[in-house]
Ligand binder design. Structure first.
Ligand SMILES: [Zn+2]
Length: 212
């Protein structure tokens, strides 16, 4: 069980992404593990930027990664990419609506130090709207090179790591020609964080504060 900050029974998760594919890349295997270990959990999945093609991909991905959930509420918005800091009021409003949807046991969001401005703004707003909730900030490998050593690791068994990699290989076909979107990048990140977690596979997160 992923105790520490989380109750033993069903969880209510909030999964937040600036863009389609952010949540599965950063935290897909953790979501698979959490939902398998906490039957009956529910998920509120919010993505801010999309176009119609990418929105369809994201809905399919959310359903696949949350297959073990009792229910998942997916909201894929169509805010413009790369300019979220200039429309932060819209981001505030969307996050506030999701935060009001229920009392979340865990919020999965981008890292505050992420160098993509959209990710960083969402991390900031998440900390404001879920200010007394545990928030795990996920990692997104990218050209900017902003990965830091995490302070929270979720260990993963072989099957869960493989399921994440297989799903990412099948989902998001619109992204498959991007030079950073391939199984090697996703696998290497899981393996590196696994080394740091004294395990084979892991996802790393940045949690600002822990209280038990
Ligand atoms: Zn992104």
């Amino acid at each position: 069980m992923l105790g520490l900050q989380l109750p033993d029974g069903p969880l209510r998760l909030a999964c937040l992404g600036a863009h389609c594919d952010d949540v599965p890349i950063g935290a897909g295997a953790t979501i698979l593990r959490l939902l398998a270990e906490h039957p009956g959990s529910t998920v509120d999945w919010l993505v801010l930027c999309s176009d119609p093609t990418r929105a369809d991909e994201e809905r399919e991905a959310a359903a696949a990664f949350c297959a073990d959930a009792a229910s998942v509420e997916v909201r894929v918005e169509s805010l413009p990419e790369n300019v979220l800091p200039s429309i932060s009021a819209d981001v505030q409003a969307l996050c506030a609506e999701t935060a009001r949807a229920g009392t979340h046991d865990l919020v999965i969001a981008p890292c505050p130090h992420d160098l993509h401005q959209d990710h960083r703004l969402l991390a900031e707003v998440a900390a404001q709207k879920w200010r007394d909730h545990p928030i795990w900030g996920y990692e997104i490998p990218k050209w900017d090179g902003d990965l830091r050593t995490p302070n929270l690791y979720v260990r993963l068994d072989d099957a869960t790591a493989a399921r994440k990699l297989d799903l990412l290989g099948r989902l998001y076909p619109s992204q498959h020609d991007r030079q950073w979107y391939d199984r090697e990048v996703f696998s290497a990140t899981l393996r590196l964080r696994g080394v740091e977690a004294n395990h084979r596979w892991a996802e790393g997160f940045h949690a600002r504060k822990t209280a038990v």
